[in-house]
Ligand binder design. Structure first.
Ligand SMILES: C[S@@+](CC[C@H](N)C(=O)[O-])C[C@H]1O[C@@H](n2cnc3c(N)ncnc32)[C@H](O)[C@@H]1O
Length: 187
């Protein structure tokens, strides 16, 4: 399968698909952290190429509920972010998963098809993650972690758009357990 992981600098989802023999590409404005098939640039330039599957992680800074206190001041950025997200809803994209935290897109676009947690995929953390799916089955949990062992992963309301770039990047990487499940179940 020819797979595009849109808005991915980490290479985590791309490599999970590659390990299963797929022709997997990532795309981000940033360079890839793991060397591999990566298009560094604007994903809108390649989104309408022939892809069997697209998994998109559009930026959520101005869309997520955790940043809601900035929504009023940053409406220009928010409208841009909404428009960018909506690029992935283009009807020409037949098989696609869009991933984002809980936020405004549940109203602007539609309710997500499912909300997953890292603790359903082998990680000791809670972080509600929405998936909007087209022609894909719901992602099935692979390894449920005992709730007593979990740390709460809060996108603190204290951290706004002005927080450090490294911390923002660190927090945005896809959990490997979720990447493996995507590749196993959607590949
Ligand atoms: C929420 S992060 C997703 C990170 C991803 N989960 C990972 O593991 O690498 C959103 C990413 O979208 C990228 N991005 C923003 N605008 C973009 C564009 N027009 N084309 C491609 N990537 C874009 C950002 O650079 C950022 O790395």
């Amino acid at each position: 399968m020819r797979v595009l992981v849109a808005c991915e600098f980490s290479g985590i989802v791309r490599e999970a698909f590659k390990r299963r023999g797929h022709d997997a590409w990532s795309c981000d404005l940033l360079p890839t952290e793991i060397p591999g098939q990566h298009y560094q640039g604007d994903v809108r330039m390649i989104i309408l190429e022939r892809w069997d599957l697209i998994i998109a992680h559009p930026p959520c800074t101005y869309l997520s509920s955790s940043g809601a206190k900035w929504w009023r001041d940053r409406w220009v950025e928010q409208v841009d972010a909404e428009r960018f997200f909506m690029e992935f809803t283009n009807p020409r994209l037949t098989t696609i998963a869009i991933e984002n935290p809980i936020g405004i897109m549940s109203t602007v676009y539609r309710k997500p098809d499912q909300i997953i947690q890292p603790w359903q995929f082998g990680h000791e953390e809670t972080k509600s993650t929405c998936l909007w799916l087209r022609n894909l089955p719901l992602l099935k949990p692979t390894n449920i972690v005992d709730r007593r062992e979990m740390k709460i992963h809060k996108l603190s309301a204290l951290r706004g758009p002005g927080s450090s770039k490294t911390r923002k990047q660190d927090r945005s990487r896809t959990y490997p357990g979720i990447a493996e499940a995507m590749a196993e179940q959607w590949g």
